[in-house]
Design a protein around this ligand. Structure first.
Ligand SMILES: Cc1cc2nc3c(=O)[nH]c(=O)nc-3n(C[C@H](O)[C@H](O)[C@H](O)COP(=O)(O)OP(=O)(O)OC[C@H]3O[C@@H](n4cnc5c(N)ncnc54)[C@H](O)[C@@H]3O)c2cc1C
Length: 402
């Protein structure tokens, strides 16, 4: 079986590993358009991902968790609050009976671990190798690469990122919801020592997420910031100098974490939720941001894709064991229904977080405060939310292969 994966981002690599592990005889190749980055960015310019406990378990089953864990920061608690209001809640690792609620790891570490593991499994990687189209008109899908001869495959996994140009080219319909916000991401430094707490702060303008990063070599605490807000406000902050930016952020997050001292390179983009209306065709699966782009506030996109990758690998292995053709539409539809509930619930939970606290006004603020205060007091509710956030609510094994 010949599997071609288009896109060598974290998701494309994760699918390559999961598929090669479950179908060791398959020839798996990743085609990545960009030259792969090498080396590490400066500590204030890196990007990071919060890996939840379900992701930890998947990466542990792949044998790389212990190496990833030492490079990350454990989230021991999540502090949820609302600016200028009385309600707040703390979700603790104890609520799920685990040493941590999740782990924040910089993307260059996750990426290089995945690259190395993929190579160890014998996955081929070609970069730079841009794909210009996928032709699904024949019995087998064909990868098009400009004037070069098309490549025929048994299965093409499309992982080319958000608003996937390849999906557009294939005429795949997309549901798009403009969130009406922009997000600014950057690493920031606070004075003092890290407590391993992640902060979700809801302001009148939109949510702020601060994820703890490992202290840098100078022993200073770093946080990864994602700040969503109205596009006009975002543009003001994007144009602000570092001192003005830090001042605005300090006003928004308060002083619980101490004084903000530094900010790294800022990136900003318009937020929209995009989901393709069909994730499979005969011989083709669409995955990762190409299939579902979520609001980053809840940090679920990569976590969800890792679970998708496990489910696809399990579905294909089960069909192979039954002598079915693993890339037939029938088998791929089985994968689509195996991931449907998890994808739907994760998307809904993320949307809920992103929009609940956006509106303002007395009548909306009151239930918001009550919800946060109630969340702190109602232990069973808090535990159930904490469990959901770990991504472990969904059993991976039982849902596939039916
Ligand atoms: C600020 C921010 C914070 C986030 N935080 C979290 C978090 O804490 N936890 C979490 O789980 N998720 C998080 N996410 C979401 C997560 O980053 C994404 O879900 C995930 O990175 C998507 O990866 P991907 O590989 O699908 O897409 P991408 O990373 O976009 O990769 C797509 C790849 O395909 C390549 N490509 C594109 N076109 C072609 C082509 N034609 N031919 C060949 N190659 C091509 C591109 O060069 C690229 O390398 C966050 C997202 C953002 C923006």
């Amino acid at each position: 079986m010949r599997i071609e994966i288009v896109g060598g981002g974290m998701v494309g690599l994760a699918f390559a590993i999961a598929l090669k592990r479950s179908l060791p005889d398959a020839a798996v190749r990743v085609l990545e358009a960009r030259v792969l980055p090498s080396g590490a960015p400066s500590p204030l310019d890196s990007r990071a991902t919060a890996l939840n406990l379900a992701s930890r378990d998947i990466l542990a089953s792949w044998g790389i968790w212990s190496q990833i864990e030492v490079l990350g920061a454990a989230i021991k608690a999540i502090h949820v609050s609302s600016r200028g209001r009385f309600g707040s809640a703390v979700i603790e690792a104890n609520d799920v009976g685990e040493p941590a609620l999740g782990y924040v790891v910089e993307n260059h570490h996750v990426g290089s671990m995945l690259l190395k593991l993929a190579a160890d499994y014998g996955v081929l990687l070609e970069a730079p190798a841009g794909v210009t189209g996928v032709d699904v008109s024949g019995p087998n899908p064909q990868i098009l690469r400009g004037t070069a001869a098309p490549i025929s495959a048994d299965l093409v996994v499309i992982a080319d990122g958000a608003d996937s140009p390849l999906c557009h080219q294939m005429g795949v319909d997309m549901a798009r919801r403009d969130v009406g916000q922009r997000a600014v991401a950057a690493n920031v430094r606070f004075e003092g020592l890290s407590l391993g707490t992640a902060w979700e702060r809801f302001t009148d303008h939109g949510p702020i997420a601060l994820l703890p990063l490992p202290d840098d070599v100078a022993g200073k605490q770093r946080y990864n910031l994602i700040w969503s807000m109205h596009p006009d406000e975002s543009r003001v902050l994007e144009d602000a100098n570092d001192a003005e930016f830090l001042q605005g952020l300090q006003r928004a997050v308060g002083w619980r974490l101490g004084r903000l001292t530094d900010v790294g390179r800022r990136t900003a983009w318009d937020l929209s939720r995009i989901a393709v209306r069909e994730q499979v065709r005969a011989g083709v699966v669409i995955v990762g941001n190409a299939a579902h782009t979520l609001h980053p506030v809840a940090g679920q996109g990569f976590n969800l894709s890792l679970r998708d990758a496990s489910r696809l690998a399990q579905t294909l292995a089960a069909s192979h064991a039954r002598s079915e053709h693993p890339s037939s539409l029938r088998v791929l539809r089985r994968y689509e229904s195996a991931v449907a509930r998890d994808q739907q619930e994760t998307t809904q939970a993320t949307d809920f977080l992103a929009t609940l606290f956006r509106s303002r006004g007395v009548f909306l603020d009151l239930p918001r405060d009550a919800a946060l205060a109630g969340l702190d007091l109602l232990v069973p509710l808090r535990k159930s939310i904490a469990r959901r956030g770990t991504g472990k609510g969904m059993e991976l094994v039982h849902e596939v292969g039916r």
